[in-house]
Design a protein around this ligand. Structure first.
Ligand code: KIV
Ligand code: ZN
Length: 508
């Protein structure tokens, strides 16, 4: 099988995303994890962009062993020199040069002719070649470029010494059939293509970055550029985990393989999510929290009879501990019985009536709350009330934040007949408010995940919170036109569930 190189650009294209930037230590931490994951190339940054990024690329080149280490340069000497200096300590350094080929970029960005741009690219490669053996050349906006001019450019830069030619769909305009076709035509047309690796770099503006990357692999590309969790400019880059698992699961079709240690995928995804503060959507393929969760009765029944009925890969293949059977109003008897058995409640043939009673009660509870947790099941079986008492009730709150400082919050709660008010600080208003709540409740919990979404300026904010307490999670959601209020409400709901489950007795 053909080996396809995985070029990870989480630390360059991914890190350009507003709010996702990483400091030097964080970049180094991610780079070490990418090496564990087994990526072939790490694009560590854009060395000329700032002294901090230069230092991060250099430190990664010094410390991270295994992958090729590269960084991006425009086709100008100062950028190329910066990359050459920064990647020099790596065992396998590479300089990555980018220059547009589309008429749009030529006319409206560079204001130069096709010939002038091609000469500039060739000169840049020749200049870089004196500083480093391995040179990648990216024809930015290739998907909107004239095909003949694209091929001439690729041929010229290979002649000048490029070892990898990267064909980017910079604006996410390509569609899979056409993109695959472009790559195979390019391979068939450029006479010296055998002297370089052919790479693609796809963006997700039309949601097709993974499909386009795979079409290119099928057409003969031997390197794909991608990011963890698909982070990147605008709608993101092609997602590493999706491409890698598609190639693994459908190696029969692609006749290709990658060198990725797939069991490291989930750990890498969590690290990037946390350090970049970029939540992963629940239904995201491979690494979303629902990717291995089964909730409908038909699926749960089929899954419990034979895993492969509803799973094409095992969660352990990507480093996730186990699949999840989520008990909701759509769950069937089979899933309920299975979960009860795990909790030690077995109903045999002679106990059909008892089981039916439990099932009816379960459905009543499931209709009222989104998910039925194990503790709810204990209460259902033992006929105890399942309603979550509102131990903590929001009375009022105030938050302030400023351009340069931390946010402050003051929160007033009604707690068992008493009113308690506390203040809190945090990086933003939501965190400040939740910290104020923590100072009131004094519970030894932690926020595992908080996701906010809204459909526009005037619509409600929907907040999902997952609160951790040892190995247990309490998930809640709330909506309000005020995102801070919705966050406090969701948080309190999770804390109320926790208190209810432990009968009010929380021991650290
Ligand atoms: O999207 C793009 O074209 C890029 C290049 C630098 C490869 O990020
Ligand atoms: Zn890009």
């Amino acid at each position: 099988m053909r080996k396809v190189d995985i070029f990870d650009t989480t630390l360059r294209d991914g890190e350009q995303v507003p709010g996702a930037s990483l400091n030097r230590d964080e970049k180094i931490q991610v780079a070490h994890q990418l090496a564990e994951l087994g990526v072939d190339v790490i694009e560590a940054g854009f060395a000329a962009s700032s002294p901090g990024d230069f230092a991060a690329v250099k430190n990664i080149a010094e410390q991270v062993e295994g992958p090729v280490i590269t960084a991006l340069a425009r086709a100008v000497e100062s950028d190329i020199v910066a990359v050459a200096e920064a990647v020099k300590p790596a065992k396998r350094p590479r300089i990555h040069i980018v220059l547009g080929t589309s008429d749009t970029h030529l006319k409206h960005k560079f204001r130069k002719s096709r010939q002038q741009i091609m000469d500039m690219g060739v000169d840049a490669v020749k200049f870089a070649k004196d500083l480093c053996e391995d040179i990648e050349y990216s024809t930015e906006d290739a998907s909107r470029s004239d095909f003949d001019y694209l091929c001439e450019t690729v041929e010229a830069v290979i002649d000048a010494g490029a070892t990898v030619v990267n064909i980017p769909d910079t604006v996410g305009y390509a569609v899979p059939e056409q993109w695959g076709n472009l790559i195979s035509r390019l391979i068939a047309t450029v006479p010296n293509i055998g002297k370089a690796k052919v790479s693609v770099h796809c963006h997700n503006d039309l949601g097709m970055a993974t499909a386009n990357s795979l079409a290119a692999i099928k057409a003969g590309a031997t390197q794909v550029e991608c990011t963890i969790n698909g982070v990147g400019e605008r709608a993101g880059n092609a997602s590493l985990e999706e491409i890698v698992m598609a190639v693994k699961m459908r190696g029969d079709f692609y006749d290709a393989r990658t060198g990725i240690e797939t069991t490291q995928i989930y750990a890498t995804s969590l690290l990037v999510r946390d350090l970049m503060h970029m939540p992963v959507q629940r239904n995201k393929a491979i690494v979303g929290s629902n990717a291995f969760a089964h909730s409908s009765g038909i699926h749960q029944d089929g899954f419990l009879k034979h895993r492969e009925n509803y799973e094409i890969m095992s969660p352990s293949d990507v480093g996730i501990e186990k699949s999840d059977i989520v008990l909701t109003a759509r769950s069937g008897r089979h899933a309920l019985r299975h979960r009860l058995e795990l909790l030690g409640y077995t109903y045999d043939e002679n106990q059909k009536e008892e089981f039916e009673k439990v099932h009816v009660r379960f459905l009543n509870v499931a209709d009222r709350q989104k998910e039925v947790a194990d503790e709810d099941l204990h209460r259902i079986v033992t006929d105890m009330p399942v309603e979550v008492p509102e131990q903590y009730l929001l009375e009022d709150f105030r938050v302030t934040s400023s351009h340069s400082g931390q946010a402050d919050a003051s929160v007033r709660l009604h707690v068992s007949g008493e009113t308690i008010e506390e203040g809190g600080v945090g990086d933003n208003q939501i965190l400040a408010a939740l910290n104020a709540v923590d100072r009131i409740t004094k519970l030894p919990t932690y926020v595992k995940d908080i996701q906010t979404s809204s459909n526009g300026r005037d619509s409600a904010h929907h907040v999902q919170v997952s609160v951790g307490f040892h190995d247990q999670s309490f998930n809640s959601h709330a909506s309000d036109t005020d995102v801070v209020k919705a966050s406090i409400q969701a948080y309190l709901h999770s804390l109320n569930q926790l208190v209810a489950r432990h009968g009010g007795l929380i021991v650290e």
